[in-house]
Design a protein around this ligand. Structure first.
Ligand code: AMP
Length: 398
């Protein structure tokens, strides 16, 4: 059975067609610059161990035009991987914010769409685009079941003590202001892999998702009990362009002293902070190059980046009253040996002892990079959010 995974943004659609027998993608790609003068589709197919990549540039006025072209490419006589769109049994949609309404994956009905719309204020950049993706997929793949997988759902098990903020209770009761957390699909996927690897159902695991966006989760016996992102994806760890945790007074100070608008402050904290703010470089590979050359800004930024993660490891080990494993995942977590080393340095109190040789080995597989007799496992587990979305969609319709 084939499942199409769709992640629709405001001007892009990422997609992957996954064969659920092999759990491997048949095709993947991205439609970009939707609504701009020149749209782009980069489409890849993987057949018989061979990768074919094509790039098309043409005006893509809206998401529907983009997804229709994707359907044509998937069924193309020469490079197609299926013969008819009806071979796609389900479309699994990444939906960012499910609020308190969605604790698990659902078949998308009109009721679900109305609820996702109600949640627009909580994720004004993501939920409207996600819903557009759903509506367009309904037109282009009318025979497929549309399924919604929420980024927030895995974190809905957090106890109230973790998800409430100490602000007037009416703000929670009337507006739903609380911690929700994101990257739930990735935290769920890698924590389950870790439990499987450890062979211990009640394992206490801290998952550390370090991509352009970054977050951590405390997962006790498969259940998420806390996470670093909050009402939105700005808080917690230092990220590519986001500040992570800051003293909220900074916001008032900027507004009062500089006369900045809320929009300007939001832009600073979301787009001009993090690694970008500290070094001028957003991509961790560039910061890493500078780190190796001894560049003072890059060294400080890396140390700050790791220090924040260390603090949350301590925080979550305390919250769970124990720790069996920490798991590094996503672009930086899977590849950046410097970040992993700086995080694990001087953490033997918590049983974390890195084996530097193992840390330097490059691999796409699950691996253990702690010293042989260390009390706490340090694991690198490649995330696969698309496969997890497809897997959850498959479970619902099989
Ligand atoms: P993601 O959001 O998971 O795609 O991760 C993107 C981040 O991973 C970017 O900051 C990349 O610089 C970083 N990244 C990818 N590959 C490497 C690598 N080999 N070393 C360091 N960082 C990497």
């Amino acid at each position: 059975m084939n499942i199409l995974v769709v992640n629709a943004g405001s001007s892009s659609i990422k997609y992957q067609l996954i064969d659920m027998t092999t759990k491997l993608p048949l095709s993947s790609g991205i439609v970009e610059r939707i609504g701009l003068e020149k749209g782009v589709i980069i489409h890849k197919t993987f057949l018989n161990g061979e990768e074919i990549k094509i790039k098309e540039t043409f005006p893509i006025p809206n998401h529907a035009v983009g997804l229709e072209r994707v359907a044509e490419l998937l069924t193309d006589k020469e490079i197609g991987v299926i013969t008819d769109p009806s071979e796609i049994k389900a479309v699994g949609h990444r939906l960012v914010h499910g609020g308190e309404a969605f604790t698990k994956t659902v078949v998308i009905t009109n009721e679900v769409k109305a609820k996702v719309k109600e949640l627009f204020p909580l994720a004004p950049l993501h939920n409207p685009a996600n819903l557009t993706g759903v509506e367009v997929a309904e037109q282009v793949f009318p025979n497929a079941t549309q399924i919604g997988v929420f980024d927030t759902a895995f974190h809905q098990t957090m106890p109230e003590v973790a998800y409430r903020y100490a602000i007037p209770k009416t703000l929670y009761n009337e507006m739903g202001i609380r911690k929700y957390g994101f990257h739930g699909t990735s935290h769920k996927y890698v924590s389950e892999k870790a439990i499987e690897y450890l062979g211990k159902q009640d394992a206490k695991v801290i998952t550390i998702h370090l991509g352009n966006g970054a977050s951590m989760a405390a997962v006790d016996g498969g259940v998420c009990i806390d996470t670093t992102m909050g009402l939105g994806p700005l808080c917690g760890l230092i990220m590519g362009t986001r500040s992570g945790d800051i003293d909220p007074s900074i916001i008032f100070y900027l507004v009062e002293q500089k006369g900045y608008s809320i929009e300007k402050v939001s832009n600073i904290l979301n787009k001009e902070s993090g690694m970008e703010g500290l070094t001028g470089d957003t991509d961790m590979r560039d910061v890493e190059d500078r780190f190796h050359k001894g560049d003072a800004e890059a060294v400080l930024a890396y140390k700050m980046y790791a220090y924040r993660i260390k603090q949350y490891i301590g925080n979550y080990a305390a919250a769970m009253n124990g720790l069996d494993a920490i798991v590094f995942t996503a672009g930086i977590g899977e590849n950046d040996t410097v970040a992993r080393k700086l995080v694990c340095d001087n953490m033997d109190y918590l049983g974390i002892e890195l084996d530097e040789e193992k840390n330097n080995i490059r691999s796409k597989n699950i691996r253990e990079i702690n010293r042989a007799n260390a009390r706490t496992k340090v694991l690198v587990i490649p995330t696969n959010e698309e496969l997890e979305i497809a897997r959850q969609a498959f479970e619902l319709i099989k």
